[in-house]
Write a protein that binds this ligand. Structure first.
Ligand SMILES: NC(=O)c1ccc[n+]([C@@H]2O[C@H](COP(=O)([O-])OP(=O)(O)OC[C@H]3O[C@@H](n4cnc5c(N)ncnc54)[C@H](OP(=O)(O)O)[C@@H]3O)[C@@H](O)[C@H]2O)c1
Length: 329
């Protein structure tokens, strides 16, 4: 297949609001050793893209400066040393950047097949949240069958993935969200939803579990840090993946010691390819069969054309969406 030399992509013209997302014509990237070039059919939009656009989350060294952490499409070319996937294969891939474009390169080890039964738009909504949730909830926090799990921001892209995965692996799932509609979406996915504007998640976890949550996945921080400690069961694990309400807090750590809690956190994007490849292998073995069996589905809120990337960001920043926002390329 002959490849064009140029493509349309969305660049961040300068740090700012959604309007700085600008369509530009740039060279089609070349796949390096161990990488594939993907003709993008759809690209996922994530909150970290918004933070990058604001100038607060620069692309890691060596990554494309274009936004976009996940795509689905067809392999168009392979770099040296790639023994799969092959040209023509339909893949979904985790990227360190560059997804808002007609073509994107990805390490072959960060590609997974488009699950049978899923559209390209659905497949593009998988990598960022599935890699993040698997890595933090199962690898880092060791959530196991029969344990209680609490995720904040339950109706977010991350939240809707976390609810479904924790449920599928036998946890009792609680999720907080900020409206009745968002709570209904969380319940539909299998969570006991808590409207944080009306109810106190600490009280509910204490009342409805033997000792509290065994694992908490938090993207809020702020005053949730102390309340997470209160809501945790003995030997519980709290994992932070963002601090939407602030990362600087004063905390009474006494209960951390008395309940033997673990507080941890991580960011996926700057991690090395081998780390992400190991997550990909676990997803392929343990999660892709559940998706193909129809037990887990990415929840798609809405899709926009690539040229409407600014509208997609406006929606994300309004927090009116539930689940994922996707760009059609
Ligand atoms: N560490 C990592 O590796 C990693 C990887 C991916 C994503 N993340 C982070 O995970 C979070 C979720 O990402 P996403 O793409 O799933 O985002 P998203 O779909 O935009 O969801 C964010 C949700 O958080 C809730 N929220 C609570 N407090 C908030 C506040 N102070 N400001 C704004 N929203 C608030 C909102 O729901 P309510 O209306 O219910 O409050 C909002 O819908 C983001 O912060 C992102 O940066 C981290």
């Amino acid at each position: 297949m002959s490849l064009p030399s140029e493509m349309t992509a969305i660049e961040i013209a300068e740090p700012g609001g959604p309007e700085v997302l600008t369509p530009v014509t740039v060279p089609v990237p070349e796949p390096g050793p161990g990488e594939v070039l993907i003709r993008v059919a759809a690209a996922g939009v994530n909150r970290p893209d918004v933070v990058q656009r604001q100038g607060l989350y620069p692309a890691p060294k060596g990554a494309s400066p274009l936004p976009g952490l996940e795509v689905a499409g067809t392999v168009a070319a392979c770099g040296a040393g790639v023994d799969g996937p092959a040209p023509g294969d339909a893949v979904t891939a985790l990227l360190a950047g560059g997804g808002y474009a007609e073509y994107a390169t990805a390490p072959a080890a960060q590609c997974l097949p488009v699950p049978q039964g899923l559209s390209m738009e659905q497949a593009a909504a998988l990598p960022e949240t599935f890699f993040t949730v698997w890595s933090n909830v199962f690898d880092r926090a060791s959530l196991t069958e029969g344990e209680s799990f609490l995720v904040h921001g339950g109706a977010s892209g991350i939240g809707t993935t976390a609810i479904q995965l924790a449920k599928a692996f036998g946890a009792k799932v609680f999720a907080t969200a900020g409206s009745a509609e968002k709570c209904a979406a969380c319940e539909e996915l299998g969570a006991r939803a808590i409207n944080y504007r009306e109810d106190d998640f600490v009280e509910i976890l204490k009342a409805e579990t033997p000792g509290g949550a065994d694992v908490i996945l938090d993207m809020v921080g702020g005053d949730y840090v102390q309340r997470n400690i209160s809501a945790c069961a003995p030997d519980g694990r709290i994992v932070f993946i963002a601090f939407l309400a602030g990362s600087k807090v004063e905390v009474n750590l006494m209960p951390l010691m008395l309940k033997r809690l673990t507080m941890t956190g991580s960011t996926l994007r700057p991690r090395e390819v081998a780390f992400k490849a190991a997550i990909a292998e676990n997803l392929r073995a343990h999660v892709w069969p559940l998706i193909e069996a129809g037990r887990i589905r990415p929840l798609i809120d809405s899709s926009f054309s690539l040229a409407e990337a600014a509208k997609a960001h406006e929606l994300m920043e309004s927090s009116a969406h539930m689940g994922k926002i996707v760009l059609r390329v």
